[in-house]
Design a protein around this ligand. Structure first.
Ligand code: GLC
Length: 457
């Protein structure tokens, strides 16, 4: 529950932008886009390394226009972005001095990371970089320090140098997303030391939890082969992937696809509808608190460098919704005050309770149970219309709702209270939780027997 979560962790001022932002754009883009079968095509189809590299070096995405991407991102309501600087295939999207396998040294002759950081910053978005530890080309990564100490040391030094290069040459970096730890751990990678060096370069940076398990911090645990290497204790924010799962003691950000399962561009992809995407954002905000509940929503641009039209269309529809309803999402304090599952989702901010209606039933009156705080005013945020209401104890009746849903996405009702919205026991305990005596007392109101009238006979 929100109240408990916010007590557990207070966000340092330098990271407040993260909870204010709530909504980030994940961009998976690299030479793998040419295959149109996801970012892992090299490994999953165990392709020939030489042929893959030849095609990667020849890749020249002429329509890459990061200013257009950034403009679209801002209009879509994203407040930050995170760009794949290097995925598991090892191809670098910047001008690295440590390899020639990069967009700067090969066909495009462009530093894609520089162009991305400059364009997105100019649109006022915060800057995130994704970097994969794993490099499928390097046997020493998989042999590791035990089997190949010298080879491993070269790989480790290369990884550290590249991360520091990214944090030195591209201005202020707000967010850093490591990925692909398996089969190494934090001690092999010396990730704790690297994190300290990263903070020396970028004191305000937020670093995710995919740093490998550490003997010192977590105790040794197998990664389970999931590949993400999520640590429970290392990292400033958790990264639940394909799920929305609240963490209690640190910031968190759920990363999700707009499509099905793969992250980079896929030919013949199936797209989730806009309301499903928006619902993920609202769920993150609802489950979050003052310390998190972000959604990092992914897009896989095409091989020639364009945002897929299906993404743009959905993104802009959500952006238009956020222009009107943004106060119910950005910087909210979490939600889920009253039991509201039969209608939709809720968030709070200060003294306001936002009712995000998924199911519009066309009836003029709505009853909200459980709210104990006194209500000052009710507004249909979608249209700005003031709504009549009556409050009897912990029961609120809202009147005068339009028959037709005022938006194709979710209408929002703002309930302005005299204090921070609080709920009765029903709102706090819900189904399957709390003291069952509450349910017994309620059932007893009808009687005690299995007969229709509840009377014993
Ligand atoms: C996974 C995948 C990877 C993707 C990432 C996003 O760990 O290996 O392809 O980039 O998730 O979180």
């Amino acid at each position: 529950m929100t109240a408990i979560q916010s007590q557990a962790f207070t966000v340092p001022d330098k990271w407040k932008w993260f909870t204010e932002s709530r909504y980030g754009m994940f961009i998976h883009w690299g030479p793998y886009a040419q295959y149109g079968r996801g970012e892992q095509v090299l490994f999953r189809e165990h392709l020939d390394h030489k042929e893959y590299a030849e095609q990667a070096c020849a890749w020249n995405p002429e329509h890459y226009d990061p200013e257009l991407w950034a403009y679209t991102a801002r209009k879509a309501g994203f407040k930050y972005a995170c760009f794949t600087t290097r995925h598991h295939d090892g191809y670098c999207m910047w001008d690295s001095s440590y390899t020639d396998y990069s967009s700067a040294k090969q066909a495009p002759q462009r530093d894609f990371v520089r162009e991305y950081t400059e364009a997105f910053r100019k649109e006022g978005l915060r800057i995130g970089l994704y970097y994969s530890w794993i490099d499928w080309r390097l046997p020493a990564y998989f042999d590791g320090p035990a089997k190949d100490p010298e080879g491993w040391e070269k790989v480790r030094a290369y990884l550290h140098a590249q991360v520091k290069e990214l944090l030195t040459n591209y201005g202020k970096i707000d967010h850093f997303f490591f990925d692909g730890v398996w089969p190494r751990n934090a001690d092999d990678l010396q990730s704790v030391r690297l994190v300290e060096e990263m903070r020396a370069l970028q004191p305000d940076i937020l670093i995710n939890n995919r740093l490998g398990y550490s003997a010192a911090h977590d105790g040794y645990r197998a990664d389970g082969g999931v590949g993400a290497g999520d640590s429970d204790t290392l990292g400033d924010f958790g990264t639940p992937e394909h799920v929305i799962h609240a963490e209690q003691k640190r910031l968190w950000e759920s990363c999700q696809v707009t499509t099905w399962r793969l992250w980079s561009h896929v030919i013949g992809e199936r797209w989730r509808p806009a309301d499903v995407l928006l619902d993920m954002l609202c769920e993150s905000a609802e489950k979050g608190g003052g310390h998190g509940g972000n959604l990092l929503l992914n897009v896989g641009p095409t091989a020639d460098g364009q945002l897929p039209p299906e993404f743009v269309e959905r993104g802009l529809e959500i952006g238009r919704w956020l222009e009107v309803h943004g106060e119910a999402v950005y910087g909210t304090d979490g939600g889920s005050v009253t039991e509201f599952i039969t209608r939709g989702r809720q968030t709070t901010r200060g003294n306001n309770l936002y009712l995000i209606i998924r199911f519009w039933d066309g009836r003029p009156d709505m009853r909200l149970a459980d709210l104990t705080t006194r209500v000052k005013g009710v507004t249909l945020l979608t249209t700005g219309q003031e709504l009549a209401f009556q409050q009897n104890g912990d029961e609120l009746w809202i009147h005068g709702l339009p028959r037709e849903a005022p938006t194709r996405l979710f209408p929002v009702i703002r309930v302005e209270c005299e204090g921070k919205p609080e709920a009765n026991q029903w709102g706090r305990e819900r189904l399957w939780e709390g003291d069952p005596a509450r349910v017994a007392d309620w059932a007893r109101l009808r009687g005690t027997s299995v007969f229709a009238d509840g009377a014993e006979r």
